[in-house]
Write a protein that binds this ligand. Structure first.
Ligand code: ZN
Ligand code: FE
Ligand code: FE
Ligand code: ZN
Length: 266
């Protein structure tokens, strides 16, 4: 049995993942998980922002797919969630999404540091060449702090995402990261340990050990995330994530139901 829940996974409705929720659930059971949460990329308010988000007209279909997974696998707890893109100005749209279904949690993620540049998008590497990594990292964490302070989310996703392509700033931007963590702590929300980073150029869990340590010092709760885009990625590298959490000092993780948190031992 794996004591932690995998709270971050996708479906084909975002057009870049494979496998139905019921298949993610079957894999979760096969590796000994007792709880997962589906967190598809949320729909965007205006079409034309990215091509990797679920469409608003598919939202009910998404929920019905998660409900089917629950019916097919009554022994597994399956939470209903979204990975919501935070862009300043989208707050009322996000509140609208929150009212549409009985969500268990929202992961707030920043991918966009402007209306057109999603920093983790491999098709936009040319943008990195045009910018100082320090400015990119700083803009990203300033926006992530805004996401944390918005009150719209229970969990902040893959906190140091700009490291995906292993492009690091020369000058230390940790003071900006600390401002983000202070916002998380003030809002009383969680961050996730996301193992997808191990499968990217950075070859490291999101967030770094240094960031996680600063989070632990602030009593910030954690969740665990594979960010699976295929059923076989569910729970991937969780032993490494648990090891990192324990090494940092964490003995507890959290779970969500109806957007309320409970704390459980790791
Ligand atoms: Zn994705
Ligand atoms: Fe993401
Ligand atoms: Fe994701
Ligand atoms: Zn993600």
């Amino acid at each position: 049995m794996i004591s932690v829940a995998d709270y971050h996974m996708h479906t084909p409705l975002c057009h870049h993942a494979t496998g139905e929720p019921t298949e993610y659930a079957a894999h979760a059971l096969s590796i000994g998980l007792e709880e997962i949460g589906m967190s598809e990329h949320s729909p965007m308010p205006s079409p034309g922002i990215g091509n990797w988000h679920m469409l608003i007209e598919d939202l009910d279909l998404y929920v019905s797919k998660v409900e089917k997974a629950r019916r097919d696998h009554p022994d597994l707890t399956i939470r209903l969630a979204l990975e919501v893109d935070f862009l300043p100005g989208h707050e009322s749209w996000i509140r609208g999404l929150a009212e549409k279904h009985p969500w268990d949690y929202f992961i707030g993620s920043v991918h966009y540091i402007s209306d057109t540049w999603d920093v983790d998008n491999p098709e936009k590497m040319s943008e990195w060449a045009k910018h100082d990594p320090y400015d990119v990292w700083t803009m990203y964490f300033e926006r992530l702090a805004q996401a944390a302070s918005s009150g719209l989310f229970e969990i902040i996703g893959h906190a140091d995402l700009p490291k995906k392509f292993a492009i690091y700033p020369e000058k230390d931007c940790f003071p900006t990261i600390i401002k983000f963590l202070d916002a998380v702590s003030e809002q009383g929300i969680a961050i996730e340990l996301n193992t997808a980073g191990l499968r990217k150029n950075c070859k490291e869990i999101y967030p770094s050990e240094r960031l996680l340590h600063a989070a632990f010092e602030r009593d910030i709760p954690i969740t665990f995330a594979s960010d699976a885009h295929a059923p076989e990625e569910v729970g991937m590298d969780f032993m490494k994530a648990i090891e990192l959490a324990r090494k940092t000092g964490y003995t507890k993780t959290c779970r969500f139901k109806d957007r309320k948190r409970t704390i459980v031992a790791i």
